[in-house]
Design a protein. Structure first.
Length: 130
């Protein structure tokens, strides 16, 4: 029995370490099957980031969809002051920019429910009907 004591002691120590590591790895309040983190990145077969969801330093949640060349084509953001959607065209210009917030901005006196498109703005300035 004396020969087995070191083996039993090491086995007990290993079991204790396993329990401690498992307890630290498990999130305290995350339900089973829920991923938790500060960011999520989807990558293509080349390892290039194609979508990113994160919370920035100011607390805004931002989803970016990125094309195969690394250009952001869609950006969706949400913060305590409102939300926004930005769609970028093939020339990497903002084609649609929708901002929802109750407080006015200097460029848009009333932004709640306002749809803003550079293409529509150009047509309006040119006098064309939309």
């Amino acid at each position: 029995m004396r020969q087995h004591r070191p083996v039993l002691g090491l086995g007990a120590l290993n079991l204790l370490m396993l329990i401690l590591v498992a307890a630290q790895a498990a999130p305290d309040n995350a339900p089973e099957g829920v991923l938790r983190g500060r960011a999520l990145e989807l990558v293509d077969e080349r390892g290039q980031i194609r979508a990113k969801l994160d919370v920035d330093e100011a607390g805004e949640v931002v989803l970016r969809l990125i094309d195969q060349d690394g250009t952001i084509r869609v950006k969706l953001g949400a913060a305590d002051h409102g939300s926004a959607l930005l769609l970028i065209d093939e020339a990497t210009e903002p084609a649609v920019h929708i901002i929802a917030r109750s407080a006015p901005t200097s460029s848009r006196p009333n932004t709640t429910g306002t749809r803003y498109s550079h293409h529509l703005a150009r047509r309006r300035r040119a006098g064309a009907r939309h």
